[in-house]
Design a binder for this molecule. Structure first.
Ligand code: FMN
Length: 174
């Protein structure tokens, strides 16, 4: 079972499209998948699900529980201001520590409009996940200029498709 996480709550994000492509690829490879989209976070999540309110937002608790039960997760990581989106860190801050993270396995896919392919974002995220006890797969595709390499819900660049395929294969046996 692989849980795929779209790492932004931005509407109509490229991350959501890549998450859908990844899920389809994983299912075609015989994996059962779950999908967590940060767009589905409750609107009042920051005010009602963090810190002293942890555990009291029923809508968020459903996602929180899914994350505790997930053993392997893939995060699609968009590059925002040279790092990963703040909403992703806020999401982590609302999860149960250390049960969500400890001993888990994670793979990261970086995407950006610019040339970096979220390489720094994935590096920052790897530090955090490792601190929390999650093992991060070394194979981290960096999909730069994403808008020029995706069309109609499909990856159009054969290299990018190959990078995702080889990461998925490595992650299945991770
Ligand atoms: C708040 C914000 C900051 C961004 N910062 C960067 C950046 O630092 N470098 C870059 O290449 N693209 C940046 N982008 C563009 C995203 O990488 C681009 O939208 C890409 O499609 C992935 O994000 P998405 O999943 O939200 O579509 C930024 C986008 C937003 C919304």
């Amino acid at each position: 079972m692989i849980t795929i996480i779209c790492g932004t709550n931005r509407k109509n994000s490229q991350s959501e499209i890549v998450a859908g492509i990844y899920k389809k690829m994983a299912e075609e490879a015989g994996e059962t998948c779950d999908f967590i989209n940060l767009q589905d976070l409750p609107e009042d999540f920051i005010a009602t699900a963090l810190y002293e309110n942890a555990g009291s937002n029923e809508q968020f608790n459903v996602i929180r529980q899914k994350m505790v039960e997930a053993e392997k997760f893939v995060i699609i990581v968009p590059e925002y201001n040279g790092s990963f989106p703040g909403i992703l860190k806020t999401f982590f801050d609302g999860l149960i520590f250390p049960a969500t993270f400890s001993g888990k396995k994670c793979a990261l896919v970086g995407i950006s409009s610019g040339v970096q392919g979220a390489v720094l974002a994935m590096s920052h995220l790897t530090d955090i996940l490792n601190y929390c006890g999650t093992n991060v797969l070394a194979n981290k595709p960096k999909l730069s200029a994403i808008e020029k390499n995706i069309a109609d819900g499909q990856i159009t660049n054969p290299l990018y498709a190959q990078l995702l395929k080889s990461q998925l294969e490595a992650f299945i046996s991770f």
